[in-house]
Design a protein around this ligand. Structure first.
Ligand SMILES: Nc1nc2c(ncn2[C@@H]2O[C@H](COP(=O)(O)OP(=O)(O)O)[C@@H](O)[C@H]2O)c(=O)[nH]1
Ligand SMILES: [Mg+2]
Length: 258
């Protein structure tokens, strides 16, 4: 079983992409299951096979600990790792090829506290990959693109697993898509675009960030998808195949190339 985690800022399209990947794999004779790890979500565009809300209830936390909505959300997110064993058992019993993990809306509560990284490193799967989502509508300006790239880099540092950067909502930014993809392919293109930023301080800082991220190997070509039309999902599934089958490739290489 391989695990595909989906992370990104609130509203970037994590849940919608979860539903699309589920559909894609089902249509291609692969057995996927979904795991909802967002204890605060009210409605989802798919029916989760395994759901953290069966173990953690925001309203009960509010009542029992006299917490407001924010406090209970933080507590609920911090509790995710304590439910790892139950969740792992539920998934293992289903015995899927892939588990697609929809993570909490507030990325800071998942990736930047202890519970999320603990869950990811201790969850048992053959291979794990994180799809970090760039919200197409948000990143269609060079300054926003730079700051979300910085977030993607720091999430990669926190989660310590292979990462694919995915651009969603391509259907909503057709006229800017070429530019955004160019920025992701070349930090020179991004720096060039940042020259037009009127605020000099922001422009210089963003250019420095772009350079450092590129030097550190954090700049990655984005895979553009539309969850609405499913345009690009085939490329994403190919990229996932390449990363998730890396072990087998290495095994074959060592077997035949010694
Ligand atoms: N047009 C369009 N809308 C999208 C796309 N992905 C997500 N959305 C919309 O963006 C909103 C937030 O998506 P959701 O999956 O709930 O985001 P999450 O908070 O990251 O789970 C919803 O209204 C989705 O219908 C996309 O690729 N194209
Ligand atoms: Mg969601």
């Amino acid at each position: 079983m391989d695990a595909i985690f989906i992370t990104g800022t609130a509203g970037s399209g994590k849940s919608f992409l979860t539903s699309r990947l589920l559909q894609w794999y089902k249509d291609h004779q692969v057995f996927p299951v979904s795991l909802n790890l967002d204890p605060g979500v009210i409605s989802l565009p798919y029916t989760p096979d395994v759901d953290v809300r069966d173990y953690i209830d925001i309203n009960t936390l509010m009542d029992n600990y006299n917490l407001g909505p924010n406090g209970s959300l933080i507590m609920a997110n911090d509790m995710i790792s304590t439910k790892l064993e139950d969740i792992q058992n539920e998934i293992d019993n289903l015995n899927p090829d892939y588990v697609i993990v929809d993570t909490p809306g507030q990325i800071e509560l998942f990736a930047f506290r202890e519970s999320g990284p603990y869950f990811i490193s201790n969850f048992l799967a053959d291979n794990k990959v994180n799809l970090f989502i760039f919200d197409g509508v948000v990143v269609s300006s060079p300054i926003n693109y730079s700051s979300i790239s910085l977030l993607a880099s720091s999430v990669k540092l926190r989660l310590k697993i292979a990462q694919i950067n995915v651009l969603t909502k391509r259907d909503l930014i057709i006229d800017r898509l070429k530019d955004v993809l160019e920025w992701s392919n070349s930090h020179f293109a991004l720096e060039f675009a940042l020259n037009n930023e009127k605020d000099l301080e922001r422009s210089l800082l963003s250019k420095d960030l772009a350079k450092s991220m590129s030097k550190g190997g954090f700049m990655q070509t984005l895979l553009a998808v539309s969850n609405l039309t499913m345009n690009g999902i085939i490329n994403l599934s190919a990229a996932l195949d390449r990363i998730l089958n890396q072990d087998q490739v290495e095994e074959i290489k060592t077997k035949y190339e010694v």
